[in-house]
Design a protein. Sequence first.
Length: 166
Amino acid sequence: MADQREVSIVRRPGRTLSTDDGLGELLAAYHLRTEAEKGEPVADVGGLPERYRAEISDPRTAFVDDVVLVAVSGGTPVGCLVVTAPVDGRSEIKRLWTDPAFRGRGVASSLLRAALAQAAESGAGAVRLSVWKWRTGAIALYERFGFAVTESWDERDQLVCMERAL
């Protein structure tokens, strides 16, 4: 049975991240699952594209200008989300992931609430994100938070782009 302890959200500026805080494991799980869902499964992190391996091995460099939110339960990281620094008045949400054992407990919603607050505090007027069209649960969650589908800024097939004002 999944741990039922309370989950807290920890805000970590990218430049303060370390490689031993559990974030790398969350990012690895996210990327491995995504590749499998795209029909391109890889056996381990070594089979991921270089840009994803770089995030996993050195999140401090990958997210240096961003803020990483980590959901923690009982001292263990159970979810993450990256909020980019605003560009042209917009922040972007990336890498939302919840450990499968902790799903259905509001972890993703807590991360999203914290991300929207972070973006507003940083001066962004809007937040955008992209999500694979088969992640219908994630799309429904984003819609509940006021995100709407918008014109795509990414040419990858099957990617849905969404945005909301702050």
